[in-house]
Design a protein around this ligand. Structure first.
Ligand code: 13P
Length: 253
């Protein structure tokens, strides 16, 4: 964390939540933020598509940002069941996540596709959270930096700015497992990502761009992770489904 970059605490609800519990969760988080007044961090919730509209109502006026978990590359057209970035903007979204490892694995998303989705999101006026991260096999093979470098090179648009783009480093093997890299390992990868970003978007944008850590972040480990020089917040799965845990991670900023 560095004073010049405002930490972002982002909740990725994944495929969780029906109307009642989704609205209750969003309302509980909004109440905490309203009660806290001015905070040093920015808060973002990314519910499933089905809850975006209801969550938008529940967090209205709270200052919490709203995001989706994916978008299509096209603005509109014959793409059954897909959702465009323009549609998300129209629903009140501020952000969209692209390239989550679950999309890369479950849907075969490549760096090229993630890049195209990021372009679509930026064109629609959304801010984008671009996810990258190595698998356990890649880490064991000593390829962590190479894999993350290639994902930055392939997924991030060259005209991305710190004002509209966030990178989320999520080691695949740390997601939902309770395992995390050591703090030194996290800082090493984040510093490397920032150096690779500089090649892509220039030193000054890379220096100002937020790089989140994701993978088993909880209130108990968030303080140490977010204190690392090149960690600018978190992308949180499981712990974002409990208002107290999610808020506790925010408080650790
Ligand atoms: P967990 O916090 O459940 O490990 O998930 C992280 C993640 O994938 C967020 O996008």
């Amino acid at each position: 964390m560095t004073a010049s970059r405002r930490p972002l605490i982002a909740g990725n609800w994944k495929m969780n939540g029906l109307s009642a519990d989704g609205v209750a969760l969003a309302t509980a988080i909004a109440d905490k933020l309203k009660g806290a007044g001015d905070v040093s961090f920015e808060m973002l919730v990314c519910p499933p598509f089905t809850l975006i509209s209801r969550v938008a109502d529940a967090i209205s006026g709270s200052g919490i940002k709203l995001g989706a978990q994916d978008c299509h590359t096209a603005e509109k057209g014959a793409h059954t069941a897909d959702i465009s970035a323009a549609m998300l903007k129209d629903l009140g979204c501020d952000y969209v996540i692209v390239g989550h490892s679950e999309r890369r694995t479950d849907h075969g998303e490549t760096n090229e596709l993630v890049h195209a989705k990021a372009e679509a999101a930026l064109s629609a006026g959304l801010d984008v959270v671009i996810c990258i991260g190595e698998t356990e096999a890649e880490r064991d093979a000593g390829k962590t930096l190479d894999v993350n470098g290639a994902q930055i090179a392939g997924s991030v648009p060259g005209h991305a700015k710190a004002a509209n783009t966030v990178i989320a480093y999520e080691p695949v093997w740390a997601i939902g497992t309770g395992r995390t890299p050591t703090n030194d390992e996290v800082q090493e990868v984040h510093a490397y990502i920032r150096a690779e970003l500089a090649k892509k978007v220039g030193e000054s944008e890379a220096g100002a761009m937020r790089i989140l850590y994701g993978g088993s972040m909880k209130p108990t480990n968030a303080t140490d992770l977010i204190a690392l020089a090149d960690v600018d917040g978190g992308l949180i799965g499981g712990a974002s489904l409990q208002a107290d845990d999610f808020w506790g991670i925010g408080e650790s900023c």
